[in-house]
Design a protein. Structure first.
Length: 653
């Protein structure tokens, strides 16, 4: 599944984008869109994936295309900062007259301590330190003992926003159950709610929820549906318009990411991004399922989620919570119009469990060429020349006198064949960005790319003979003059054929996905009511499963004495706490497992596992002498989806 980032666009931008869709060339159309380069790149990937799938289906155009945009992680801490800032501003201005000195002091202390403004703490200050249903004082030191209640019951609508939640006692929450707040508390608390609204501590929408009566539900039905189903982000609109122009016969359905998120939470399908990239594929399957379910269960609501549908029909819904309806269904849900079974909880959950447990899915990564600076930006002084291999700042400026750069940036790679024993081997050579202009110059003089590359890398194969003191050029042949960074290669590693990508001439990048079955990932997430001993046992079980995968399928990660290290690491892991507080310097089992997952991820990330006696840069797959490939090596060229592959054996070139 292609994930997209949201963007903002004005009405003028939207109109300009729509006008551009009349252009014949789809790539030119994307180039002219008023959106960020990141979004343009993602949109191109969407179109390439669609074209690849169409080719795999022998040219058949899809009838339905389901689109979901990732919700995006945002910047860590930004929401907390925004929430606390908004409360501080309200307390200083509009709410100044009604906030008690005690609550004002508590806010100041929390700001000073840089506290995490989680939902309970935010609601505490928005409610002026009082229960919104009873006006009783709330104990800020015991917030975890209070409940967060949904004003409009979840049986009616799925709304987890602050506008639909209050902090209240567990007893009052049980008494309220699924009744409306207005019915049970409106007469006593209505004036207090309005005062909070007048003084900027409550939105109009939240006040409406608190005052809403059961007989008013139909009046707000469209709003409920909009919030759950309508995708408003401009990037989704752009994607829909482009797909529609390229595939006019297809119906395009936009499914909001909160629906797949809710499905995962409701039916216990964890989303652990650190483990592998399979969560994209699982989300894609959920998107297609939920989209088709909406189409068949709510045909009169097509205008809310199907591109190009505008006809309005009468909506008469007393409740609308899509995923909750699936969760509470004891019998199969059938289409009213066709009697087709749309949801059979037992059978469908088993189906999704099977999908979740697939051991191998197609995952592709972008190959790239570096167009950055010529050197790493750090300059070292001349005295560092003894401990580091420096690159001169300019020609004829000796590094022993003037210092230099630590390294040069690599634009792309080349693969060279050299004699080795009775046969040959292949060496990966980095082509620095500063040499690209030279290669192009030689090409302009009539040289082929191979010939130009051969000439440029000649110094790498030139040595001074110890005996004759003369310059000697080793035998070498350029077999591939241009190989993109992160190109996938299949070669023999420690006795087995293994895939990896070329991050540079000295860095391997892992492309092997870590597989952990559903039961193991559920054990990692844990249950709120499990004992410390059970939690420890579950985390050890997760560690053992991950280590077994590491030892069998990640040969590049294994050191020579790894078995001995692994035994010691297991003992160290068992001795850790389950979880630790953020303020603690010590790592717990869960934090260490996260680090293990990060280091094993199919990318270039690394982590510190020194707490287990393993590498402090675990996941860095480096060959200090440079990467060499065997005569069994193959270059693996992949289509955007990975459905098509072409392997080229280097020995045949």
């Amino acid at each position: 599944m292609i994930t997209l980032c949201s963007c903002a666009s004005s009405l003028q931008f939207k109109e300009a984008n729509q006008a551009n869709l009349t252009d014949a060339d789809i790539q030119d159309t994307i180039n002219e869109l008023y959106t960020s380069p990141q979004n343009k790149k993602a949109i191109r990937e969407v179109m390439l994936v669609l074209d690849d799938i169409k080719n795999a289906m022998h040219g058949q155009t899809p009838s339905w295309i389901f689109v979901e945009a990732a919700r995006g992680g945002g910047v860590a801490g930004r929401r907390t900062q925004s929430r606390s800032k908004q409360i501080v501003e309200a307390y200083k201005s509009t709410a100044k007259e009604i906030v008690s000195e005690k609550v004002q002091h508590e806010l100041n202390e929390k700001i000073k301590a840089k506290a995490d403004f989680n939902t309970r703490l935010v609601l505490y200050f928005l409610q002026n330190g009082r229960d919104l249903y009873t006006n009783e004082t709330i104990n800020i030191d015991r917030l975890s003992e209070y409940d967060i209640d949904h004003i409009l019951p979840q049986s009616l609508v799925k709304d987890d926003s602050l506008d639909n939640r209050v902090l209240t006692s567990a007893r009052i929450n049980r008494e309220k159950n699924d009744t409306f707040a207005s019915e049970k508390f409106g007469r006593k608390m209505g004036a207090q709610w309005r005062e909070l609204h007048r003084n900027g501590l409550m939105t109009q929408r939240k006040l409406n929820h608190l005052l809403m009566r059961p007989d008013e539900i139909s009046k707000y039905a469209t709003g409920f549906i909009n919030r759950q189903l309508v995708e408003t982000r401009q990037v989704i609109k752009l994607v829909e318009e482009l797909i529609s122009s390229e595939y006019p016969a297809a119906s395009i359905v936009a499914v909001k990411a909160n629906l797949t998120h809710q499905f995962r939470q409701t039916f216990n399908f964890p989303k652990l991004r650190e483990v592998n990239d399979y969560h994209h594929a699982f989300d894609a399957s959920l998107t297609a399922f939920i989209g088709m379910y909406l189409l068949k269960q709510y045909p009169k609501l097509e205008r809310f989620f199907v591109y190009g549908k505008f006809a309005k029909q009468l909506i008469n819904l007393t409740r609308f919570n899509v995923i909750r309806k699936l969760a509470v269904a004891e019998e199969p849900i059938k289409s009213v119009e066709t009697n087709e079974t749309l949801w059979d909880k037992t059978a469908d959950i088993k189906y999704f469990e099977k999908l979740y447990n697939y051991k191998r899915l197609l995952v592709t990564h972008e190959v790239r060429e570096n167009y950055g600076a010529m050197f790493k930006q750090t300059l070292f002084k001349a005295s560092d020349n003894k401990s580091k291999t420096l690159v001169p700042k300019k020609n004829h400026m000796k590094t022993s006198v003037y210092g230099g750069y630590s390294n040069q940036e690599t634009a792309y790679l080349a693969i060279v064949r050299v004699p080795f024993k009775s046969g040959f081997k292949f060496i990966v050579v980095g082509i620095p960005t500063r040499m690209v202009a030279k290669i192009k110059h030689y090409q302009s003089l009539g040289a082929t790319l191979k010939q130009a590359t051969h000439k440029v890398i000649e110094p790498k194969f030139t040595k001074i003979s110890r005996k004759t003191k003369q310059t000697v050029i080793s035998d070498y042949e350029v077999v591939l003059p241009k190989v993109y960074l992160d190109q996938v290669v299949r070669d023999q590693v420690k006795g087995q054929m293994y895939r990896f990508s070329l991050g540079s001439d000295k860095e391997y990048h892992n492309v092997q996905e870590l597989y952990l079955p559903l039961s193991i990932q559920q054990a990692f997430v844990g249950h709120y009511d499990e004992s410390d001993d059970q939690r420890s046992s579950d985390l050890v079980r997760v560690y053992d499963a991950a280590l077994k995968q590491l030892q069998r399928y990640f040969p590049l990660h294994l050191s020579q004495n790894f078995d001995q290290v692994a035994n010691q690491a297991h003992q160290s892991f068992e001795g850790l706490k389950n979880n630790v507080q953020t303020s603690d310097k010590q790592l717990g089992k869960k934090e260490v497992l996260n680090s293990l997952f990060v280091g094993l991820h199919a990318n270039a990330t690394r982590s510190n596992l020194s707490v287990l006696g393993m590498s402090s840069s675990f996941g860095r797959l480096q060959s200090r002498s440079g990467i060499t490939l065997t005569d069994q090596a193959e270059i693996v060229y992949q289509s955007p989806t990975g459905l098509f592959e072409r392997k080229v054996a280097l020995k045949d070139l």
